[in-house]
Design a protein around this ligand. Structure first.
Ligand SMILES: NC(=O)c1ccc[n+]([C@@H]2O[C@H](COP(=O)([O-])OP(=O)(O)OC[C@H]3O[C@@H](n4cnc5c(N)ncnc54)[C@H](O)[C@@H]3O)[C@@H](O)[C@H]2O)c1
Length: 295
């Protein structure tokens, strides 16, 4: 079954929403700098994966543009777990480093989960430590993973009500789908989750008011999956000879979806904006968590 025309599909402009958030962060950083508390983000890159190098460079640029301190460490491809752990421990102990980002994926000889878990919860700007994910599941204070919080920010910026909304999350990955499910449930949405073993994807997504797709499968979702008028959020990113593409066949949803995020210019810019927000929150949390001097 395919959709019915509902009028003009509105494109959700993630780039401009992200720009606004980044400008707000820069204002807060300037206020913090006035009292000599400049937030700092440390990025740690291990190895020479070209895509990772590009992502880290973009994050560092955004950090500097927001007026934050940019601390960077680059370790060789064949680093041992001890060497990477030592750098994380050093950064964890520095008062001028508010947040630590360990760029993934790591070379295969390294245990990513163990290394991520060395990052203190107050500096975990990616929100991927066991402690942060536990706090997310329990609704306790913590830093939330950047991409799913970017999705929530986009929906909020568009004024889309989450309380009582029916949301289908397609993809149950650790970085996006899983944490997003918790965030949506906390906001009062009714959430259905589909994954690679879901027998009838359309049966899960067609009733939804909002469909979020984060599978890594290019062009997976199209008109057969979307109720006319629904909002579609495309988290997927694929490099193609014609530029970037998503997990959604966006052109086929024109006139069917009520709103849709483009690729590029939708969720992508929000991920970096939320990293800056998390660094600011980490700086505030770290300052609170500082031990009270004993007289
Ligand atoms: N825009 C951004 O900033 C950003 C950030 C992170 C990830 N991503 C993208 O989001 C996507 C998902 O990332 P991830 O790390 O969560 O991926 P992942 O590989 O950890 O998880 C993929 C999920 O998709 C599900 N899936 C696979 N095939 C499916 C199918 N045919 N039908 C339904 N579900 C299916 C799997 O069961 C799994 O739960 C990727 O394309 C990634 O590039 C984008």
């Amino acid at each position: 079954m395919t959709g019915t025309f509902v009028g003009v599909t509105r494109t959700i402009d993630g780039s401009s929403i992200a720009r606004r958030i980044r400008a707000e962060v820069a204002e807060r950083v300037a206020e913090a700098a006035a009292v000599r508390r400049v937030p700092g983000l440390a990025t740690l890159l291990v190895g020479d994966d070209p895509a990772s190098a590009v992502y880290v460079a973009a994050k560092r640029r955004a950090v500097r543009e927001a007026g934050m301190r940019d601390v960077h460490r680059h370790l060789p491809e064949h680093s041992t777990e001890y060497e990477v752990a030592s750098v994380i421990d050093e950064l964890a102990g520095r008062s001028d480093v508010s947040g630590i980002l360990l760029q993934l994926p790591l070379p295969p000889q390294l245990d990513a989960a163990a290394l991520i878990d060395r990052i203190p919860v107050t500096k975990d700007v990616d929100g991927l430590t066991t402690a942060s994910l536990g706090r997310l599941a329990r609704g306790e204070r913590g830093l939330r993973p950047c991409t799913p919080s970017g999705v929530i920010e986009l929906l909020d910026a568009e004024g889309i009500e989450l309380k009582g909304a029916c949301v289908a999350v397609v993809g149950w990955g650790e970085l996006v789908g899983r944490p997003l499910t918790h965030l949506l449930l906390r906001r009062g949405a009714t959430v259905s989750v589909a994954h690679e073993f879901t027998a009838d994807l359309a049966a899960v997504t067609r009733p939804a008011d909002i469909v979020v797709v984060a599978t890594g499968v290019r062009g997976l979702v199209g008109p057969e999956h979307v109720r006319p008028g629904a909002t579609v959020i495309d988290v997927g990113i694929h490099r193609t000879p014609h530029g970037l593409a998503g997990d959604v066949r966006a052109a086929e949803l024109d006139g069917i979806a009520g709103r849709i995020t483009p690729v590029p210019g939708g969720v992508g810019p929000m991920t970096i904006a939320m990293l800056l927000v998390n660094t600011l929150r980490a700086a505030e949390w770290g300052a609170e968590a500082a031990p009270v001097p004993v007289c």
